[in-house]
Design a protein around this ligand. Structure first.
Ligand SMILES: C[S@@+](CC[C@H](N)C(=O)[O-])C[C@H]1O[C@@H](n2cnc3c(N)ncnc32)[C@H](O)[C@@H]1O
Length: 239
């Protein structure tokens, strides 16, 4: 077995288990999923670190508290995706990951469709969504699918957000511990440039690419850049 499951309902005879186990086998991964506090958490056998899981309700409440005290429209990410006073665009988040950005978009008041193609990450997302109850989740649709397929089959919304795993030589800052573990089993998104081109070709009105502040641009020069301490948002508008 390449996938070890402790607790919960993901028994080894289920088709979901077989699908995830086959994925781990093919990718050469040895992973453990543990059922705790109503959802699954992911341990990597190689790294003796805290397990990864997404505490959706907790995160949404944390953002809610934060935005009670500060202005949403001044947030760099909010400005990058075009949130303004009275304007809450619909966002397609192509790269769900641990839902950090998706949950921020929900906190801004946006409607969000989020994609994730990695079966193990998608499983973590689904498990944490099933354990979450925050009212903002009524504005979220999660789809386990590759961005290229989804873009080919669905109309493109006003704003497309893209945060691929794509390292370059200029990326000096070490990512947070959680992201390092994550990277160790998700790997690099080698097709990132193709997805960017496809989103532009399909006429995304506003395409926002998240990059570490010092790293090179993923594609051509963006029309707008929003720079924070560690992060940069490159914004492309369709002509
Ligand atoms: C850097 S992480 C995203 C982190 C996320 N923004 C967050 O705040 O947690 C990239 C994630 O996007 C997924 N991904 C990358 N390219 C994708 C694609 N073309 N289609 C769907 N998911 C993709 C990867 O599997 C990975 O989980």
């Amino acid at each position: 077995m390449n996938l070890n499951v402790i607790g919960g309902e993901l028994a080894s005879e289920t088709s979901e288990f077989q699908r995830l186990n086959n994925y781990c086998y093919q990718a050469g991964l040895h992973l453990t999923l543990e059922w705790k506090e109503g959802q699954y958490w992911l341990h990597s056998d190689d790294l003796k670190e805290n397990p990864i899981g997404i505490q959706i309700d907790h995160e949404l409440k944390r953002h809610e508290e934060f935005f009670k005290r500060s202005s949403i429209v001044k947030e760099l990410l909010a400005r990058a995706v075009g949130v303004k006073s009275g304007v809450r665009p619909k966002i397609l988040d192509l790269t769900g990951g641990l839902l950090g950005d998706t949950l921020l978009f929900l906190s801004f008041g946006c409607e969000v469709v989020t994609l994730e193609r990695h079966p193990i990450i998608a499983f973590l997302i689904k498990s944490s969504l099933a354990n979450a109850h925050h009212p903002a989740l009524a504005r979220l649709k999660f789809v386990e699918q590759d961005a290229a397929t989804f873009l080919a089959e669905n109309p493109i919304p006003e704003v497309v957000f893209f945060d691929p795993m794509f390292e370059d030589a200029n990326e000096r800052a070490l990512p947070k511990k959680e992201m390092r573990i994550f990277r160790s089993f998700v790997g690099q998104d080698q097709d990132a440039l193709e997805i960017l081109k496809l989103s532009k070709q399909l006429g995304a009105k506003r395409l926002v690419v998240k990059r570490p502040r010092l790293s090179v641009e993923l594609g051509p020069s963006p029309q707008l850049k929003f720079e924070g301490k560690a992060t940069r948002y490159d914004v492309y508008f369709s002509i």
